[in-house]
Ligand binder design. Structure first.
Ligand SMILES: Nc1ncnc2c1ncn2[C@@H]1O[C@H](COP(=O)(O)OP(=O)(O)OP(=O)(O)O)[C@@H](O)[C@H]1O
Ligand SMILES: [Mg+2]
Length: 397
């Protein structure tokens, strides 16, 4: 099969090769598997949990997106797709349904490390799933732990300090960790929750003297750890990155490097320092701009290389959306890698960052769903997740 180069935002150094074998296996798998798409259960619903506890991460059900994914799987040929809530009744629902494979579109119900709970349950049940492993899901969702990984790996990220109540009252003048982290810093700051989402409780703080108050505000709102970060005043970008499988125009391609796509700029209004929460302003087409392969070539190259490094160096196994912001001089710094990026299917009113950027790679929503499945199948069939036999049987091998 001849090697083909794709668009400039794809990897120019390594060709992508049509992979009809993996494509056929994925098609068979999708036709034969009973699939459950899982969204977050509501701890207040009757019988959902033994006892409602604390939500360190602002809760969201993600049910509408689970339904979008289920609809795409149905269009792709899966005959039996269920949508289930993650809660204590989930194992029984999976058993009754005879689920072969789960797609995790949940960040948890409640409690600590909740972004890893559904994956932990799947591991315990022995059910194959698409999603990060429990450790990776929880790690990526914790901005302080993720930050420490970035720093240890030498990946570019703004200086930061995490705070929790055991550290005692914060005083920037005397805190040695603050002076160490921000020793060469002349800019302003961001104070945000370690387990945040959708820009909730993110504050821009201009003076060090105001940090203590902002830290307490975030702590009061979340009862969880707080991250103080250097404020990056430049442009803001996102890039999706997943394993090296990608379908476009009905053909699956396989590459050597992680697939980086949906590279967009988040457009900030004049004076908007923090990108407004999608809870208050849905992602509309005037808030994001797909990067142009010609005009934005330099930033696309830098973003693509950065996304690949984060994916590979942290050993990430499936889709994340990397959020990146530029310093005043234009250099890019990683803000976070979202372990469960919004995969809302595009509609006339609203869209998701990832869905909106697909066209630049010649893909649509169903291509993305197929690609993620193909990549997961490839990982499973290589024996890396302990479910090779089960997946092979469903793929007709
Ligand atoms: N260090 C920083 N410098 C500049 N802006 C920042 C910084 N950290 C966060 N922000 C702003 O706050 C927004 C939200 O921050 P971040 O991406 O870290 O958390 P989040 O709430 O999980 O985001 P998301 O909306 O992607 O779920 C960013 O999109 C950005 O506009
Ligand atoms: Mg973000």
């Amino acid at each position: 099969m001849p090697a083909r180069r794709l668009s400039p935002s794809d990897d120019m150094s390594r060709p992508w090769v049509a992979d009809t074998h993996l494509q056929g296996l994925t098609e068979t798998f999708l036709r034969s598997a009973r699939i459950a798409v899982i969204h977050a259960g509501d701890s207040r619903a009757p019988g959902a949990v033994l006892r409602p506890s604390t939500n360190f991460r602002p809760w969201k059900s993600y049910k509408a997106v689970a339904e979008d994914l289920a609809a795409a799987l149905t269009r792709l040929g899966t005959r039996d797709v269920a949508v289930f809530a993650e809660d204590m009744m989930l194992p029984e629902r999976l058993r009754r349904h005879g689920t072969d494979f789960a797609w995790l579109n949940t960040a948890g119900v409640q409690g600590a490390g909740c972004a890893g709970h559904a994956a932990a349950m799947m591991e315990m049940l022995g059910l194959a799933y698409l999603g990060h492993g429990p450790l990776m899901g929880a790690l990526l969702d914790d901005k302080a732990v993720f930050k420490r990984q970035l720093i240890a790996l030498g990946l570019p990220t703004a200086p930061a300090l995490s705070w929790q109540p055991a550290d005692g009252a914060f005083d920037w003048r005397t805190d040695p960790r603050f002076h160490h982290a921000f020793r060469n810093w002349e800019g302003s700051f961001v104070v945000k929750p370690v387990n945040g989402r959708a820009s909730l409780h993110v504050h821009h703080v201009t003076r060090a003297a105001e940090l203590a108050g902002a830290i307490l505000d975030v702590f009061d709102a979340t009862r969880n750890g707080v991250l103080v970060e250097g404020y990056l005043p430049g442009r803001e970008f996102c890039a999706a990155v997943c394993g090296p499988a990608m379908r476009r125009n009905g053909q699956l391609y396989h590459g050597e490097a992680p697939f980086v796509f949906s590279c967009i700029e988040r457009l900030l209004d004049a004076g908007e320092t923090i990108f407004a929460s999608m809870d208050s302003r849905p992602i509309s087409r005037d808030r994001i701009r797909p990067l142009d392969p010609a005009k934005d070539a330099a930033v696309l190259d830098e973003l693509t290389a950065l996304a690949r490094r984060v994916y590979r160096e942290l050993s990430i196994e499936t889709l994340v959306r990397l959020d990146v912001r530029a310093a005043a001089d234009g250099r890019l710094f990683v803000l976070e890698a979202n372990p469960k990026p919004d995969l809302k299917a595009p509609s006339p009113e609203a869209t998701s960052i990832i869905a909106e950027g697909l066209a630049a790679s010649g893909m649509d929503y169903d291509d993305l769903v197929f690609s993620l499945m193909a990549d997961r199948l490839a990982t499973g069939l290589s024996g890396l997740r302990g479910d090779r036999q089960h997946l092979a049987a469903l793929a007709g091998l």
